[in-house]
Design a protein around this ligand. Sequence first.
Ligand SMILES: *[C@@H]1O[C@H](CO)[C@@H](O)[C@H](O)[C@H]1NC(C)=O
Ligand SMILES: CC(=O)N[C@H]1CO[C@H](CO)[C@@H](O)[C@@H]1O
Length: 446
Amino acid sequence: MLLFLSILCLTDHVFFSCLVPSHQPLGMPSLSPTMTQGNIVKWKKKEGDKVTAGDVLCEIETDKATVDMECMEDGYLAKIVFSDGAKDIKVGQIIAITVEEQGDIDKFKDYKADAPAAPPKPAPKESPPPPKPTESPKPAPSPKPAPAASGDRIIASPNARKYAQDNQISLSGVAGTGPGGRIVRADLLIVVFIGGQQVQEPRRAETPGDSTSLDYTDLPNTQIRRVIAQRLLQSKQTIPHYYLTVDVRVDKLLALRTQLNAKLEKEKRKKLSVNDFVLKAAALALKKVPECNSSWTDEFIRQFHNINISVAVQTERGLMVPVVKDADKKGLGAISDDVRTLAEKARENTLKPSDYDGGTFTVSNLGGPFGIKQFCAIINPPQSCILAVGTTDKRVIPGENDGEYTAATFMSATLSCDHRVVDGAIGAHWLGAFKGYIEDPMTLLL
Ligand SMILES: *[C@@H]1O[C@H](CO)[C@@H](O)[C@H](O)[C@H]1NC(C)=O
Ligand SMILES: CC(=O)N[C@H]1CO[C@H](CO)[C@@H](O)[C@@H]1O
């Protein structure tokens, strides 16, 4: 059983808002559940530059990916505390300061990081003590995620609030990793991801057994492994799964694919895979049976307006699930290009949050090189369906007349459904639509 999750690339754009006071210390953002420190690859803005919401301030490198850090509010970049190439900066440690007024830039000229892990920089003897800015900067947020509540007030970025509202997450008790312990959206992705509990630091195996004297070796769980375990358990224990399997005849599809690929090859374009057809057929089936394009919550069923298909991609680092957006509106060629680009990014570790955010349905294909005949996948919450596609195999089937036999190629497809959202007949209807598109593949070209 498999569940393809996007956790291995669970990062987020980080948003900072400038509230009172009129300057804003920017901490090293927490970009993944496992991240404790990050490196600054390159600043895209200089001290004194005007910045507009959405501007990329710098590139941050984590153990998982390189992510752009964006500015949330308009203002000026007053001080860069850690410059290009700075390494191992703890999450929460101040890396820069922005101000609202251009006139305030100079006040931070000599601002120094006083966070504990800052490399001790001997101050030049002659330099006067850093002038106190009229409003003294807020104390550096501690590198450990601080509780976000100050008194009864919960500090969260506007984006985090919206995300919390959309996903019905309570902000209380969430440890914020933004400046001043503010809750940023990345913190909530982690909460959603592991079902409401903050991720604990991985515990080392207490006494790593002396492998020569024991019959086993204890391998400490990595953070990612623990998150996967919790998430899988949550999905399998709280979602009432059921499974429907059909055999789909793919002779026509394979013939069409050969034909199209010959044409593409002549034009020196990339070939289509069977999976590209599967994605397109799944997208069209979702359009036909939109109940499968929804998500369960205790108060309502959310119907998505887009058909965004998450695609499982195997990489050296593990499984990643980037998303083909609006797959129903794209042609086979565009879907194929998207999948190729996303898979490349996944392998090169350069997926952006926008590449794996917002899937409404997942396709997992263990056919092809994996050669799996049929399997049942675990639903990827908050989605309500996942399609598990097996390998294509040639079988002998009865011919038109008695005593005649012929060969045909089939592929098995198993739909896992959340019964709270998708009743059996609806799931069957969806698979019927999917089968129809695959077996009459010209309909995929329309
Ligand atoms: C699906 O993708 C579209 C296009 O990127 C996006 O606007 C939409 O929010 C996504 N849907 C969900 C449910 O996230
Ligand atoms: C693009 C599309 O067809 N979206 C549909 C997803 O499902 C809901 C119903 O569950 C429809 O209302 C949407 O139109």
